[in-house]
Ligand binder design. Structure first.
Ligand SMILES: Nc1nc2c(c(=O)[nH]1)N[C@H]1C(S)=C(S)[C@@H](COP(=O)(O)O)O[C@H]1N2
Ligand SMILES: [Mo]
Length: 532
């Protein structure tokens, strides 16, 4: 027997692997079945050292940003690309390994032996899904079946490519070596073509199903109401980011490749631990409390200076203490252990909600139920803290007597995660040049400044390292949102460097020293160069 090379196995494994990916994706979109590449990736992201995962994602972010993708979705796109990339690499290696292993199997049994190989390959994916508590028996069966299908196809190809030295080929009728090579090549091309057709078809079905699934939702609050600062005298400079982020543009960061889809009807919030009256609440129960609203700027602790992982919307929910009072906290309760359906968790010192009634269990954003990717049905709002302290998809709150590290704190991030003051230049609007009364020209420069819940008292701009000049501040949506600022710069021809700094509510300047995002949030002055 002249066996095909492992290299051929790698090719076959990759091609059939691409088809498998597309079929799995189509099924996950159309039939809500699990998507194994994400299961393994998400499990790895939780189990591997945080630094390694961050490095992988960061590198991918750099690549995708270079390709010019939409900033707010870059991080997720990077993860997904990485997850699918790892999957295809795995299929390639597995294909090579399978081609090698099948040499010991009689030719007629190779497709079935390949199927067994596929089942083995499925094991880590099934385990990952089980460990993440994702999906049920149907997901497990589907995963096993799909991977077995991959294995059968690879085994069949291996047999087809193998030939006996005596007849020259297992299937080719003639013995000349050239004919055999041609037959093998033709077979590979056909196999690749079929795999490509399946891949494209699967991708199309998946894309169609996911576009169909987008539910019709109501009209956002902001489409029905005026913003509280409407008519504020400082106008945003053209090119400044929207003051209220459209929901579709709100950044998203979490430990799941695909957002959790929780059924609002089956969901319950469990409140227990050191309370007198443990409670199990439905979404309706929570909505029955008098609601409160707050305009909030949320930011990820991984947001770099001038990064896009920060957004503003209107949060609606019930003050946390209002609900906890009904549960009756015992005197020995000092902290809350807040747990999410995806395994994420954080600890909240009870002093925080006791002192700040803005801490709220949030069920609506911009007047609509939270979107799945932003934590439907329930998330928490804690003013002045980065997103890592604020779980989405909450299903359990337990009163405890001790602090314990949360998900990211365990992985080396800051325990307090208090938002750093930061200011960003969004626009130097050279196309909006204005002629002033005195005859000079000005160019509007604008952007945002934010210091958690501490407010912004002052923003200053420096041009070419010159003196810091006060910018004008637009009245913000609330004391917990970013502030839009504007500086009308007396125009001068040439290339210029603009820098911005801010001061929080009590006059503390933002930290000018450049530090990285890890462990407690980036600091540093944002500057930008403009050629005029
Ligand atoms: N359950 C859960 N909640 C979570 C996270 C998560 O991974 N799982 N990530 C946190 C982080 S790091 C951030 S920055 C915010 C982001 O919220 P958003 O995606 O709605 O913008 O969610 C937080 N809440
Ligand atoms: Mo984050």
């Amino acid at each position: 027997m002249v066996e095909p090379r492992m290299r051929a196995g790698a090719l076959v494994g990759a091609a059939v692997g691409a088809a498998l990916t597309a079929v799995l994706w189509a099924a996950s979109e159309a039939a809500r079945l699990t998507f194994p590449p994400y299961d393994l990736f998400d499990w790895m992201a939780r189990a591997l050292p945080g630094g390694l995962v961050t490095f992988g994602i960061d590198s991918m972010v750099t690549v995708i940003r270079a390709l010019g993708a939409e900033a707010a979705t870059v991080a997720k796109t990077a993860e997904l690309t990485l997850a699918i990339g790892i999957f295809i690499v795995g299929a390639t290696l597995a294909g090579a390994a399978l081609f090698w292993a099948l040499r010991r199997v009689p030719p007629e049994r190779r497709p079935w032996a390949g199927g067994v190989g596929g089942l083995l390959l499925a094991v880590p994916f099934v385990l990952a899904a089980l460990l993440l508590r994702r999906g049920g028996a149907d997901d497990v069966l589907w995963t096993l079946a799909a991977f077995a299908g991959w294995g059968v196809a690879v085994g069949w190809a291996q047999r087809r490519l193998a030939r006996s030295p005596r007849t020259g080929a297992a299937t080719a009728p003639r013995e000349e070596p050239g004919v055999v090579v041609l037959d093998r090549r033709r077979f590979m091309v056909k196999l690749g073509g079929s795999a490509a057709v399946i891949t494209v078809a699967g991708a199309a079905v998946g894309a169609f199903a996911s576009s169909r699934r987008r539910e019709v939702e109501g009209v956002a609050w902001s489409a029905r109401n005026r913003l509280p600062n409407e008519g504020a005298d400082v106008e945003p400079v053209a090119g400044t980011r929207p003051e209220l982020t459209p929901l579709d543009m709100h950044y998203r960061i979490d430990i799941n490749a695909r957002p959790l889809e929780v059924s609002g009807e089956d969901w319950r919030l469990r409140i227990d631990g050191l309370v007198d009256r443990p409670m199990t609440l439905t979404l309706e129960d929570l909505r029955a409390y008098p609601p409160t609203d707050q305009f909030v700027t949320l930011a990820c602790i991984s947001n770099r200076i001038a990064g896009s992982l920060t957004s503003t919307t209107r949060w609606t929910g019930v003050p946390l203490m209002r609900v906890l009072d009904d549960a009756g906290l015992r005197p020995d309760a000092t902290h809350l252990r807040i747990r999410s359906i995806d395994g994420f968790h954080e600890t909240l010192d009870l002093a925080v909600p006791r002192e700040d009634e803005r801490v709220m269990l949030t069920y609506a954003w911009d007047g609509l139920p939270l979107r799945p990717r932003h934590g439907f049905p329930l998330r928490i709002y804690i003013p002045d803290r980065y997103g890592m302290k604020q779980p989405k998809w909450i299903d359990s709150i337990e009163a405890i007597a001790e602090w314990e590290p949360g998900y990211w704190v365990r992985r080396g991030w800051d325990r307090e995660a208090r938002m750093k003051a930061t200011s960003v230049i969004d626009a130097v609007a050279t196309d909006m040049m204005l002629t002033e009364m005195e005859g000079g020209m000005t160019v509007p420069v604008g952007g945002i400044a934010h210091a958690g819940a501490r407010g912004i008292s002052r923003v200053e701009v420096s041009v070419d390292g010159g003196p810091w000049q006060a910018a004008r501040l637009r009245e913000p949506l609330s004391e917990t949102t970013w502030v839009l600022w504007r500086y009308d710069w007396p125009f001068q021809e040439g290339d210029h460097t603009f820098a911005v700094r801010c001061f929080d509510g009590d006059g503390t300047p933002q930290i000018a020293e450049r530090t990285p995002v890890r462990p407690d949030g980036a600091t540093g002055i944002h500057s930008t160069q403009v050629m005029l």
